[in-house]
Design a binder for this molecule. Sequence first.
Ligand SMILES: Cc1ncc(COP(=O)(O)O)c(C=O)c1O
Length: 442
Amino acid sequence: MVQPAEPTISKLAARARRVIPGGVNSAQRQVPGLEDLVITATHGATFTDDRGRTFTDYHAAFGPPLLGHNDPDVDRAVAEAGARLDNMGVGVSPIEIELAEKLVQHVPSIERVLLTMTGSEATFHAVRLARAVTGRRYLIKFQGCYHGWHDAVAMNVISSADHVGQKDLLSAGIVPEVADATLVLPFNDAAAVQRALEEHAGDVAAIILEPIPHNIGAVLPAPGFLERLRDLATQHATVLIFDEVITGFRHGLGGYQQAAGVTPDLTTLGKAMANGWPISALGGKAELMDQFNTTPGRPAFFAGTFNGHPAMAAAALATINKLETEPVHEHVFRLGERIRSGLREVLPEFGLPTVVSGFGSVFVTYFVDGPVQRYDDLVANDADLFTGYRRAQMADGIFELPLNLKRSHVSYAHTDADVDRLLEATRRALRRVLRDRKDHQA
Ligand SMILES: Cc1ncc(COP(=O)(O)O)c(C=O)c1O
């Protein structure tokens, strides 16, 4: 009898496209040139695709696996907690309590904390809480910052040059009144924030920002900018929200707010919090957080079937435990610094305008003249070169996401030898792409 042919693994991407719109489960995974990428395994600093190619991974799923993929201690904690305790949907579990205590202990702004699954849920609830507490309408966000997919914030991240300075919605279907209630300002421009607060006096509920806008690589806050925002928010009784979904845990157990010495009113956490398992958090001042209706009779609604899932909370606790007891930050900061300084040595060879930026374990190379202080400074980035050299690096088994302005990350599982290979592959990839460009122009 003739056996039906086994569907070959290379048909997986085609199968995906038949049943999953676009073939991927997040628009950010739709990367030109990588439409057929099917990932079959992750391990430490690497991932493997369905063609058997293994890459050293600097994309790191946009940042969660700070310890490396499939950290055995974290994964064991998930399995053990999951086998003992499923999601109950009533009451609270000891694991959730322990995790909340850890977050209160470590993050300066957090006196009380609630758990969500995703970062978008955390920022959604932060904005809703600010509006519920202040009774005000407006939200200030900054061009280049991303805070998730919900209507109040889904705008003005990587805008084309002609959309900077205008409302640039990420999606159709956003009610205009909701979009109008968000004011978009340039990062590092405290005077613009002051003007907006004065123009809408008594009606700005919150200022939300990534303290380092990592959704456009790594634009560092200018000295005094975060402090000035803190002062302005206090002066205008506006809620200051640090969205530390990327920076939290990755830049330190206390988030970037601890390094910066500026304490917001509310903080959102996610991504690296559980090394890749889906859990996020919203925490902050008790007087604000206690206005959620998890305390009966309070005005801000908060609910979620999977909130505080014990197995996910266990992943976060195991991650935090490792960050507390092992030199994780020391390692990733050292490698991050080696990469940034190595790139600064390699890049001048090419005689191009370049700016190497980053913080701690995060790095990015922009092809622009510096300095880079706000999104406008990145509009001129050579996106073809930025994405082109990253695609070329794949031939050397290196993966940095080939999407314009996206940052790269190192984890505890990366080694010094990985850094050497990355720098060499960057040099080779740039040579190849620039040579091809020259041939093409000739
Ligand atoms: C700073 C920041 N905030 C919020 C979010 C939304 O988180 P999630 O994708 O988990 O909904 C992201 C996601 O990339 C982010 O980078």
